[in-house]
Design a protein around this ligand. Structure first.
Ligand SMILES: Cc1cc2nc3c(=O)[nH]c(=O)nc-3n(C[C@H](O)[C@H](O)[C@H](O)COP(=O)(O)OP(=O)(O)OC[C@H]3O[C@@H](n4cnc5c(N)ncnc54)[C@H](O)[C@@H]3O)c2cc1C
Length: 486
């Protein structure tokens, strides 16, 4: 019996992963993407020889992508080259302290001792603990389509349950190993990768810095967009049909069943199964017009600058996170006080340091990410031009870059992010990852009340980040296989 046809709305990495797994399972799959390029948030700006990755810049957990290619009987290395970035991320505080991470344990321990004498035994103990958390998370929690919290936890022994540390904040978890303010803040700032605060996210997320150090940090040749192109190529090769510039207006339903997708062009594409890669609240409100749409707490927004700079930028390496002296105050401002912190944390990537082809010879491509509250918290009257001008000056001053050297500039506020990719409330990373929004508590990857309706990507399980949305695509395909066996 042939498998039912599937329409996937959105060609982000989550949508492409779902499409690949569904095609491999024997479905005929058609992807409708509103933008001219695939990749969603992992998009590309090219301007006068400068190439910028729009969103993600840190690629970790390479095994997740290798598994995607292996599922199709392919080798990822035949599609893309991964460049190791080591030493990886540098942290800089306003008081001049720096900490440079490395996946080389000897180098890392020496750096910890330099910054905080006596801290290396804590780092060794942290590694042992986080390795176990990582194993428990991936073996027993992350890769499950489980809706029942009890069943989700039941596979864990008491020891494993205690080890997860889900009831402690990430900051408190880190305090068990590090008295050094600097190591704790550096590792705590990985909460930003999930769009959260180390004072709110559960301690199990210590697997973020661990995962990066244990499995390395990578840059695909040609930037993160090199990864998107490789995944898109794989999808097309195995027979996924992808339509770009094809925004979907709504998902049609009849008697509790999906009947197809209506494109903004007016064309109707009948299918019994729809997978939406669009943020869950936007899918529910706009595409399904649900009377009581899902309303999860969202991660913050981002203001991003893309600067093509004449000449080298030696003052900053590939990945630098600038932390304020008032670390907690900055996170409180973002998540509790709902304002852009005066004392600003921000991240700068100079990807052309690792791959010079991303800028004209001798020049540099810079990406700056500044977290902001979501749009509804800032209010409709928020003065973006004034905020952009102020933040631009703060960043340029702190990295010591003369604005006269900027040859090419693009700026995306959360308003622009929302407009381009349909992001709910301008949230950059999708639904938040607080204790009651992970695992079975997170928005499910299917709509129990609508036969044939599925979700994939950052706002559903398991969560945000490129590796997680690729796993999300696999979980959605597995969910469909459970509902449509044979
Ligand atoms: C600034 C920034 C920095 C980040 N940094 C990192 C990082 O360093 N490392 C990391 O791993 N992750 C990072 N992330 C997170 C990561 O980018 C996301 O979790 C991931 O890319 C989301 O993929 P997705 O497939 O869920 O959604 P998306 O990428 O948002 O894809 C959804 C797709 O749906 C399309 N769409 C929307 N509405 C419609 C419609 N009506 N019809 C048709 N198509 C539609 C959109 O155009 C888009 O292509 C970052 C995110 C941002 C914003």
């Amino acid at each position: 019996m042939s498998k039912p046809n599937v329409a996937v709305i959105g060609a982000g990495l989550g949508g492409l992963s779902a499409a690949i797994h569904l095609r491999l399972a024997g479905h005929s799959v058609t992807v409708f993407e509103k933008n001219p390029l695939c990749g969603g948030r992992a998009n590309r700006i090219s301007d006068n020889g400068y190439h910028f990755d729009t969103g993600p810049s840190l690629l970790n957990y390479p095994w997740v992508f290798e598994e995607l290619f292996a599922a199709a009987g392919r080798k990822m290395s035949d599609y893309m080259e991964l460049i190791p970035v080591d030493p990886s991320v540098e942290f800089r505080w306003a008081n001049g302290t720096t900490l440079h991470l490395s996946s080389d344990m000897k180098t890392l321990l020496a750096e910890c001792e330099r910054v905080s004498p006596g801290s290396s035994p804590g780092m060794t103990a942290f590694f042992a603990d986080a390795a176990e958390k990582y194993r428990i998370s991936f073996d027993k929690l992350v890769l499950q389509n489980e809706d029942n919290p009890l069943k989700w936890f039941i596979g864990l022994s008491l020891g494993e349950m205690l080890r997860t540390g889900v009831w402690r904040s990430l900051d408190k978890e880190l305090a068990r190993f590090f008295s050094s303010r600097y190591i704790r803040e550096a590792f705590g700032s990985y909460a930003m990768y999930l769009g959260g605060s180390p004072f709110e996210l559960p301690g199990v997320f210590s697997i973020l810095p661990y995962g990066e150090l244990a499995y390395g940090l990578w840059l695909p040749k040609n930037g993160i967009y090199g990864l998107v192109e490789a995944v898109e190529k794989l999808a097309r090769e195995i027979g996924v049909e992808i339509h770009n510039n094809a925004p979907v207006q709504m998902i049609r339903q009849e008697a509790g069943k999906v009947t197809g997708v209506l494109l903004e062009s007016g064309a109707f594409f009948p299918v019994p199964i729809v997978v939406s890669n669009v943020d869950v609240p936007v899918t529910d409100r706009k595409l399904l017009q649900k009377p009581t749409p899902a309303n999860p707490g969202m991660t913050p927004g981002v203001l991003t600058f893309y600067w093509g700079v004449r000449g080298n930028v030696d003052a900053v390496g590939h990945h630098t996170i600038f932390l304020p002296d008032d670390f907690k105050g900055a996170f409180d401002d973002l998540t509790k006080n709902k304002r852009i912190p005066e004392s600003l944390p921000f991240y700068v990537a100079v990807a052309s340091t690792s791959d010079p082809s991303l800028a004209p010879p001798g020049d540099a491509s810079l990406f700056v990410l500044v977290p902001t509250p979501v749009l509804s918290d800032l209010g409709e009257d928020f003065d973006w031009p004034a905020a952009v001008a102020k933040i631009r000056k703060t960043v340029l001053d702190r990295i010591g870059l003369n604005p006269q050297r900027i040859a090419v500039e693009h700026v995306w506020t959360p308003v622009e992010w929302a407009r381009r990719f349909g992001l709910h409330d301008g949230s950059a990373f999708g639904a938040a990852h607080t204790l009651f929004q992970v695992g079975p508590f997170r928005s499910k990857n299917y709509a129990p009340e609508t036969t044939g309706m599925y979700y994939t990507g950052a706002s559903t399980t398991p969560g945000t980040g490129m590796p997680m949305v690729v796993l999300s695509g696999r979980l959605t395909a597995e969910r469909i296989a459970m509902h449509y066996p044979g």
